[in-house]
Design a protein around this ligand. Structure first.
Ligand SMILES: NC(=O)c1ccc[n+]([C@@H]2O[C@H](COP(=O)([O-])OP(=O)(O)OC[C@H]3O[C@@H](n4cnc5c(N)ncnc54)[C@H](O)[C@@H]3O)[C@@H](O)[C@H]2O)c1
Length: 364
């Protein structure tokens, strides 16, 4: 299949998410660097060097006449901290990068968030090209301009909105992902299917059980997911309104991620669990039809994603959900579905949430 482009219209202009295979060699044709750029700071992690992805990006940038300086940051969520960010600023200063140059993020959401935040802040803001290499980053993290780092008090507490000049999703790069990491990305694809594009559910349901999607299907899943995200981002660039619908599954999912310990339950796995909770909660509150609940839950299970949370302290769960920076004062906001592709935000009582969790723990 040839490459497809999904435009993302934001206040400052429009950029494209380019989706296809074998895109890296022609990277600068797909997303031209800023006119006059002379240098690029390529930020990546070791697995992307081992798999040859970062070297291919580097060669393409050099072929376009850019001087490339590569920084390899440590792997894992722990890299999203101030010291690592400061290391990127130092690297940018020693190149030195000027405002017309380019930052290139090659990796998963961790690299994208960090390099994106470095680009948002160095020189008071410079161009960043996102080259996401996990399914989660291709369908979600690299699109929409949210960048940032974690504090010990919580995830993504410091950051900035900074849109990239383009997002290059080469689905061929996903072939080397460990199976668990590839599978977790599918939870976000199911989310887009539920909140916006039910065709995504059909495509995933047609996939033989526990089979990895091939390159053609991946391209279609990434294209449709990117289009869904682009729609919400364009309607609400700074997350003041309907962009919140992208948080289906994230309210309870965030609590699972926080309380189970980062890394034990992956982000996408936590979102799968949180989606099941949100579906059942919507049903309990009289909005979500049971067939939608059953369809979503069955699909997540079929894809090999978890649908039940580990045992967690209910007081702490509520505390984490209420503390979330997206929560309105005191209230816990859940995205629920009135129907497929019809999400809305509700603030349920703790009694209703507990009743749903009790039901799920009892195997309903
Ligand atoms: N900015 C946003 O809007 C947004 C949205 C969702 C998530 N996020 C952030 O994204 C992060 C999670 O991203 P992630 O799930 O991509 O995790 P990740 O970036 O940690 O990548 C997962 C692992 O896969 C490796 N990897 C990446 N590409 C690979 C490849 N092609 N082959 C082999 N290994 C590869 C990485 O080195 C890492 O070990 C979190 O920090 C989360 O907060 C941001």
């Amino acid at each position: 299949m040839s490459a497809v482009r999904v435009p993302v219209a934001v206040g400052e202009g429009t950029y494209d998410v380019v989706v296809g295979t074998d895109l890296l060699e022609d990277l600068t044709a797909h997303v031209p660097p800023p006119a006059g750029a002379a240098a690029a700071l390529l930020v990546t992690q070791q697995p992307l060097i081992d798999t040859g992805v970062a070297p291919r990006v580097q060669a393409a940038l050099r072929a376009a006449g850019l001087a490339v300086h590569q920084v390899v940051i440590e792997d894992g969520e722990a890299a999203k901290r101030a010291e690592v960010l400061a290391g990127l600023w130092q690297a940018a200063a020693s190149v030195p990068l000027s405002r017309g140059d380019l930052v290139v993020a090659v990796g998963g959401g961790v690299v994208g968030d960090l390099a994106g935040f470095a680009a948002a802040t160095y020189n008071r803001g410079m161009a960043v090209l996102q080259v996401p290499t996990t399914l989660l980053a291709q369908v979600d993290a690299a699109i929409g301009g949210k960048t940032g780092i974690n504090l010990t008090q919580g995830k993504n507490l410091v950051g900035a909105f900074h849109q990239p000049i383009g997002v290059l999703c080469d689905v061929g790069t996903l072939a080397t992902l460990p199976p668990r990491i590839r599978t977790e990305g599918l939870a976000e694809v199911v989310k887009y299917g539920l909140i916006h594009d039910p065709e995504l559910l059909d495509l995933l349901e047609e996939l033989p059980e526990k089979t990895a999607p091939d390159a053609d299907l991946l391209q279609e899943l990434v294209r449709r997911s990117a289009a869904a995200k682009a729609r919400f981002v364009a309607a609400d660039t700074r997350e003041a309104g309907i962009r919140a619908h992208l948080n289906l599954g994230h309210t309870y999912g965030h609590a699972v991620e926080t309380l189970a310990g980062y890394g034990r339950v992956l982000h996408g796995e936590a979102v799968a669990i949180g989606t099941v909770v949100a579906l059942h909660l919507g049903h309990r509150l009289g909005t979500t039809p049971m067939e939608v609940v059953q369809r979503g839950e069955a699909l997540l299970a079929r894809l090999g994603l978890p649908t039940r949370a580990p045992a967690l302290d209910r007081d702490r769960v509520w505390e984490v959900m209420a503390r979330d920076k997206k929560a309105a004062a005191g209230a816990v906001r859940f995205v629920v579905l009135d129907a497929l592709a019809s999400p809305r935000v509700l603030t349920p009582s703790r009694a209703d949430v507990d009743a749903v969790l009790d039901g799920l723990a009892a195997g309903q």
